[in-house]
Design a protein around this ligand. Sequence first.
Ligand code: MG
Length: 168
Amino acid sequence: MIGLGFDVHRLAEGESLVLGGITIASTIGTVAHSDGDVILHALVDALLGALGLGDIGEHFPDTDPRWKGAESSVFVTHAMHLLRAEGYAPINVDCTLVLQSPKILDYKPAMRERIAELCALPIQRVSVKATTSEHLGYAGRKEGVHAWVVAQVEPIVGSAVRKEQDSA
Ligand code: MG
């Protein structure tokens, strides 16, 4: 099963910038109810999407005070629990970030490591790619940042849940 996630957040001066679970040194950051991590938000939607389990807004409404300033890793961990409860786990995730600046090249290894940890995957199965938008559109004007994530999800071999489903 394949899931696709997309997320966008506005950027503003003086806000913090967290991407792929890593805090980036930057004078601009995301305006958000949580930490505004577009990569992890898109990852959650990709994981949920693979099994038709809804979207991040349904599971974590931005009107809920519990999620104010929340680390987005909490959302990924919850999505992983939901997948495991169905007898599934991701086998790879591929992330693309669109951000004009700052450059995140130096942060990519740490982002891959963090995402791999959250998704219980070897680092080789986690891809983090980044591009600018060539100064075009909201990303190019540094008004916003967005990310796409694709996740492939497969049955966990020997899962009790899967055995029940298969014999039903
Ligand atoms: Mg978001």
